[in-house]
Write a protein that binds this ligand. Structure first.
Ligand code: FUB
Length: 325
């Protein structure tokens, strides 16, 4: 039986949802797609987003509750170091302040990660003057645990992760192929002031059941869109496989991994990208994601969706079909 799904913002194009529950209320931090007229290419130039909105649910059932648009909370024009392309963001709360982490190309067309701060979960967010020192690539996602904050990040192709090794820029980008080990996402603990890295970013290694890292030719290897949640004391690293269009998961015993590959959460959707977050709310688990059905398949015009996520008794996740028959 097809999983019931709901489009959350039918009046606009929103994608890459990061979702958090604070004080019993659910907040959604998506990318804001629009028709900029930039032709589609493998570099993702057509994802030319220029602002963020925040949404919240007026109720505790994502399938039926009213979705409130809190309006524009950050504009690329207000970011002092901005070049172009505001991609997937995430927000963390610490000591009553809210920290939005966002990827943006600087004026040299290099993706960096920025921070913007607010006193409210619904913004507005005020950007810091410079990007996070030592940051690179895209798709930051934050895990909070025991007062520590971990950022997962990175994405291939247009996300530029293939341009870095050991946190240094390479002379030329290198994308492994065949049975070479796949490019990993990165994880880093944030500094106490939430504005920087407290350590060097480390690779997020995804291994098979024999403990071998997934290889570049494995259709289920990491590409972009990291997310981290905990279930029954285990750490679930979830991600998009990009050019093979799956959302997958791998399970570990601590925030740094390694993580053992377990399976597919969502099969390919209509549209090239697939991106998500997972959250417990109202006594159930939910998969927030996007597809391009409402825009007729235009992959740069994506729409926010939600559906319930189901765990089996052994902690594995039931696969959801991305396309409903
Ligand atoms: O929205 C732009 C990019 O597309 C995101 O950063 C990626 O994860 C993909 O969804």
């Amino acid at each position: 039986m097809a999983t019931k799904k709901r489009y959350l913002v039918p009046g606009d194009y929103m994608a890459d949802p990061s979702v958090h529950v604070w004080d019993g209320k659910l907040y959604i931090y998506p990318s804001h797609d629009w028709e900029s007229g930039i032709p589609e290419n493998d570099n993702g130039d057509h994802f030319n987003m220029k602002d963020y909105h925040v949404f919240s649910l007026n109720g505790d059932d994502p399938m039926t509750s009213e979705v409130i648009d809190h309006g524009k909370v950050l504009d690329v024009e207000d970011i002092p170091w901005a070049g172009r392309q505001l991609w997937d963001c995430d927000v963390a709360r610490k000591d009553g302040k809210y920290y939005m982490y966002f990827p943006l190309k600087d004026r040299n067309d290099i993706f960096r990660l920025g921070v913007a701060i607010s006193d409210s979960p619904v913004g507005p967010f005020v950007p810091q003057p410079d990007p996070v020192r030592g940051s690179y690539s895209i798709d930051p996602a934050i895990l909070e645990e025991d007062g520590k904050y971990y950022m997962y990040f990175g994405g291939l192709w247009g996300g530029q992760l293939q341009r870095y090794k050991d946190n240094k820029a390479l002379e030329s980008a290198y994308l492994p192929s065949g049975d070479e080990v796949a490019v990993p996402a990165r994880v880093v603990r944030l500094s106490d002031d939430m504005l920087g890295f407290a350590e060097e970013p480390k690779p997020v290694v995804v291994v098979d059941e024999e403990g071998k890292p997934l290889t570049a030719d494995n259709p289920y290897r990491f590409f972009e869109a990291s997310w981290m949640h905990k279930y029954n004391g285990k750490y679930y690293f979830t991600y998009s496989t990009g050019d093979t269009h799956y959302l997958c998961y791998a399970i570990g015993d601590n925030p740094y991994g390694p993580f053992t590959y377990k399976g597919v959460i969502l099969t390919p959707v209509v549209g090239w990208t697939t991106h998500h977050s997972i959250v417990e709310f109202g006594g159930k688990w939910w998969l927030f994601h996007h597809d391009s059905v409402p825009s007729g398949g235009r992959t740069w015009l994506r729409s926010l969706k939600v559906c319930e996520l189901t765990y089996n008794e052994d902690g594995t996740i039931q696969t959801i079909e991305g396309i409903d028959e």
